[in-house]
Design a protein around this ligand. Structure first.
Ligand code: GDP
Ligand code: MG
Length: 300
């Protein structure tokens, strides 16, 4: 019997920091979504595309669903909810050993109402030695929502992530490849470069500063053997500017070097990164500036 080809969108949702972006990067075999141990790392909606012989899955990485504190936060929650209701399947990610926490009850209510089939991934099992203890957790979550499958997983392991993929494929409708098979994301390299710079800031500085930071790429040019990136880093206070630059410019240099290595990995070319730090007050509550930084409201 001939196997049918399936394709569709999978919205990946869950509390911030449970490992959604890590799982997606391993599913597509490339760094697309940035990762840090700070909640709210993912700001917008990111498509990551995995093409196999039998299936094409388009993952929608969403910002974690949390209580919004400002306009940017509100937009992040709306983005997560919108992409969930429009998906062919939902991958709900939680952390091993956790009870139902934060907004998870609400998220499950939302999924139930949407009627979209859902797989539960219990992530970070590498940190959780006693597998027996997963059973009460599985039971607690299954009481709230009828999952199509429950998969314990380590998002950092491709083999482990493949088990999740198999379950998701079962839920997708028959259909053709929706994107070219060599396409892994809808983001341009220029946009990924901005995200990479933001990731370095998230990783190297205390959370107050990165969460008020936006990146604007002023120049992204690719020559035969060289990629040239010039970017502005916007922050909300002049004290933050001082910290971003660091003593003798050391922090900014570290951010630039680390970003350069990632961009070189992505492009396969020698890369030059130049960074500038600027202050823009309270841009997270300013619709005009949010648009300028690329955060746009979705139209239904
Ligand atoms: P997101 O906010 O849900 O997208 O979470 P991220 O993918 O950014 O991951 C949050 C943190 O958890 C990062 O520090 C990851 O390295 C870490 N993490 C993700 N998956 C795993 C896993 O399977 N095991 C362990 N030990 N850590 C993980
Ligand atoms: Mg994320």
């Amino acid at each position: 019997m001939e196997n049918k080809y399936v394709s569709g969108f999978v919205a990946v949702i869950g509390r911030p920091n449970v490992g959604k972006s890590t799982l997606i990067n391993h599913a597509v075999g490339q760094k697309i979504a940035i990762i840090s141990d700070k909640p709210q790392t993912t700001r917008g909606k990111i498509l990551a595309i995995r093409t196999d012989e039998n299936a094409q899955i388009i993952f929608v990485d969403t910002p974690g669903i949390h209580k919004p504190k400002n306009k940017l936060g509100e937009l992040m929650v709306k983005t997560a909810e919108n992409s969930a209701s429009q998906a062919d399947a939902i991958l709900f990610v939680v952390e091993a050993g956790d009870t139902i926490r934060g907004n998870e009850l609400k998220i499950m209510d939302y999924i139930r109402e949407s009627g979209v089939p859902c797989v539960l991934a219990i992530n970070k099992i590498d940190k959780f030695a006693d597998k027996e203890k997963l059973l009460p957790q599985i039971e607690a979550f299954s009481k709230e929502l009828n999952f199509e499958a429950v998969v314990p997983v380590c998002a950092r392991s491709t083999e482990s992530v493949d088990k999740v993929i198999r379950e998701l494929e079962k839920l997708l409708p028959e259909g053709p490849q929706l994107y070219p098979e060599d396409m892994v994301t809808d983001m341009t390299e220029r946009e990924i470069a901005a995200e990479i710079i933001r990731e370095k800031i998230l990783r190297m500085l205390d959370k107050e500063i990165p969460h008020g930071t936006a990146i604007e790429i002023m120049q992204y040019t690719e020559e035969e053997n060289l990629v040239r990136v010039i970017a502005n880093i916007y922050c909300e206070k002049s004290t933050h500017k001082g910290i971003l630059i660091g003593r003798n410019g050391e922090m900014l240099k570290k951010i630039g070097q680390s970003a350069r290595l990632d961009i070189e990995k992505m492009t396969g070319k020698k890369t030059y990164v130049e960074l500038w730090v600027k202050v823009k007050d309270d841009w997270r509550n300013n619709n005009f500036l949010m648009k300028e930084f690329g955060f746009t409201e979705e139209k239904d």
